[in-house]
Design a protein around this ligand. Structure first.
Ligand SMILES: Nc1ncnc2c1ncn2[C@@H]1O[C@H](COP(=O)(O)OP(=O)(O)OP(=O)(O)O)[C@@H](O)[C@H]1O
Ligand SMILES: [Mg+2]
Length: 298
């Protein structure tokens, strides 16, 4: 089944069928976004499934995914459209010398000479799409202002061509790692979803989905260790992405338990800072060695 989500449960079930286990808030905003025609701003730490949610919504609704990856210095020309200068130049060169300027001008500022970038592509698509504006916090406030115009009016004005109106309404998801505070103006126009690290049971389901062959008791211990590691004061706590990588690695290594030796050997898959490695070895490794771990965590 594709098309819009009809209820919160429908959103949850169809997202699960395409491999995304959404909790209640995520199912709710996915449902409401389509119904209210509002963009969703998804915030949260790295690796908790922000980008994947947009991809899953695209798969579940059968809408094409158009992605705008943000970075510092991203501008109109890369986000909206730009003129294809080379092609324009070629056209000018091939015009007969006696062609009037007006004629040439009308010609070279037509759609044929335009390069559509993600935002323009998304609003002019024949079929409604999912538009992912990934890592919006990497851009500056000027870009945010530009985006507001598109997201509230669903139109883009091109001086040489006039106003291009949306043919269809894209379902818009913006993600942010919170590296800077976004403007109130942007937040006001969006539904808000805070994605956090999942609880043990949900993370276990996610790990199982991505590494189904891993023994359930190993998987559970792995997730418990991850949760314990997250509770330490680390520079960069392990994300869901790291849990999945670790599960796959343990599977390849044929590990039958997550004990001190296994942790020490494979720790660099889940923590990636020198000082974090030391801390985890000291605090979690020792606990696993003592056999105290299970009693405390479970
Ligand atoms: N609820 C979920 N169900 C299934 N898989 C998930 C879920 N949440 C996260 N994942 C998996 O975790 C990994 C990381 O997700 P993703 O790349 O979307 O994180 P992110 O929040 O966008 O991270 P970053 O901020 O680093 O871009 C992916 O492999 C994704 O499939
Ligand atoms: Mg991401």
């Amino acid at each position: 089944m594709s098309g819009e989500f009809t209820t919160i449960e429908d959103a949850r079930d169809r997202l699960a069928r395409v491999g995304y286990l959404a909790d209640e808030p995520a199912s709710l905003v996915s449902f409401l976004a389509g119904r209210l025609g509002k963009p969703v701003l998804v915030e949260g730490p790295a690796g908790v499934g922000k980008t994947e949610l947009a991809k899953a919504v695209s798969r579940a609704t059968g809408r094409r995914l158009i992605r705008l990856q943000c970075y510092e210095g991203l501008d109109e020309a890369k986000a909206l459209y730009e003129w294809n200068y080379r092609k324009q130049l070629l056209r000018i060169q091939t015009e007969a010398a006696d062609t009037g300027w007006q004629e040439v001008k009308d010609d070279i500022f037509g759609e044929e000479f335009m390069l559509a970038r993600p935002l323009l592509t998304a609003i002019t698509a024949e079929e409604p799409v999912v538009l992912l504006i990934d890592e919006i916090d990497k851009t500056d406030q000027e870009f945010e202002a530009l985006l507001l115009e598109v997201l509230s009016d669903f139109q883009i004005s091109i001086p040489e061509l006039g106003v291009v109106e949306a043919r269809t309404r894209p379902l818009v998801l913006l993600t942010s790692n919170n590296s800077r505070e976004l403007t109130e103006a942007l937040k006001r126009r969006c539904l808000y979803l805070w994605l956090d690290y999942p609880d043990i049971e949900r993370e276990l389901e996610i790990v199982h989905l991505h590494a189904p062959e891993l023994d359930q008791s190993v998987a559970r211990k792995l997730v418990e260790v991850i949760h314990m590691v997250r509770s330490l004061d680390l520079k960069k706590p392990p994300s869901i992405a790291e849990s999945i990588d670790w599960a796959r690695a343990l599977l390849l290594l044929g590990a039958e338990d997550v004990d001190q030796a296994v942790l020490e050997k494979t720790m660099s898959i889940i923590v990636k800072h020198r000082t974090d490695l030391d801390l985890v070895a000291e605090r979690v490794g020792v606990k696993l060695g003592d056999g105290l771990f299970g009693r405390q965590a479970g």
